[in-house]
Design a binder for this molecule. Sequence first.
Ligand SMILES: *Cc1c(COP(=O)(O)O)cnc(C)c1O
Length: 371
Amino acid sequence: MSYPRLKIDLDKIHHNTSRLVSYLGEQGISVTGVTKSFLGAPQIVKAITRAGVTSLGDSRIENIEHMRKSGISAQMVLIRSPMLSQVTRVVDAADVSFNTELTILRALSCAAIKAGKTHQVLLMVELGDLREGILPKDIKDIIDEVKKLNNLRLIGLGANLACRSGVIPDNTNMNELSELANLLIPQKPFSEHIISGGNSSNLNWVFKGGDIGRVNNLRLGESLLLGIDPLHRKPIDGLFVDAFTLVAEVIESKLKPSKPWGKTAQSAFGDVPEFEDQGDINQAIVATGRQDIDVDGLEPPIGIDIIGASSDHLVLNTRTTKLTVGSQVVFKLNYSAVLSAMTSPHITKFFHESRAGKMASDPTHVVYDAA
Ligand SMILES: *Cc1c(COP(=O)(O)O)cnc(C)c1O
């Protein structure tokens, strides 16, 4: 086995997905599984499609192309506006793209004509978070223009909140989306239109009995993978929060002073750390670091603290335990740590199945001994 290793429990992801898919299904909301954080890894895609997501959404065309090449046949949605330089690839690999710019919509139309295809588009509306989206006052004109473009089919409206500015999805902004849909997207045939209300941060609004209105789709990433409501980073009842764990190997373990000696200036990453003298401590180093992973998104086992990190060393205070060299430490990860770990070539990805729901949860807050 090579370390550091990202352990990905496909059963827990399947469990989380199927719970959310069935809960939202009862409210008439379909789920687009967002694959960007795991680069469209086919193992995870299979787990979430088995659990009932109706389409797959990714912001990068490379990931969509990768899923296509892996033989995945689900509907693929590019959830970030296409780059003008990539419209041909978008029409080729994605069934649907999210759009906010007429220039790009025109280019998509040309590319779709050339490819002899119809490309489906969904227009994103700005509802206050000030990331992507057409301002509500401009939507009608843009829809009129899109209707004139050949080989494009407008399939609905969408919005995205709580990403750039943390604006909370609530009845006010969601009703605004529904109102726009009522005005501009004919109610019938209802099922042909997608009104995509947002991402995992919309779940709290649904759980609290929000007024769903015309919203009939959500795009979920973090909640499926980490069982977390990203608005407050709180676990969602009944979901696993430990489908991802990082296993790293101890390369040094010594009793060392807690306070450095010598004159100090900046550390390797530009900060000037401060140290309290706690006498000697059990210090261990595991072989991973900032080049591999967002170390601030790692949660160490109980009884262990992360006390420092450089590009390739993660320094731990193991308090009363003295770790043996060659043993492994298991960390939980937040979304940012998952993102960075998935894209690191130094971290081995290990997919496994724990039979979640049938068996007790994997122990995650433990230190495994190499012996
Ligand atoms: C990343 C992304 C999502 C998924 O967000 P989560 O918080 O992971 O559920 C949904 N929609 C868009 C447009 C995104 O960029």
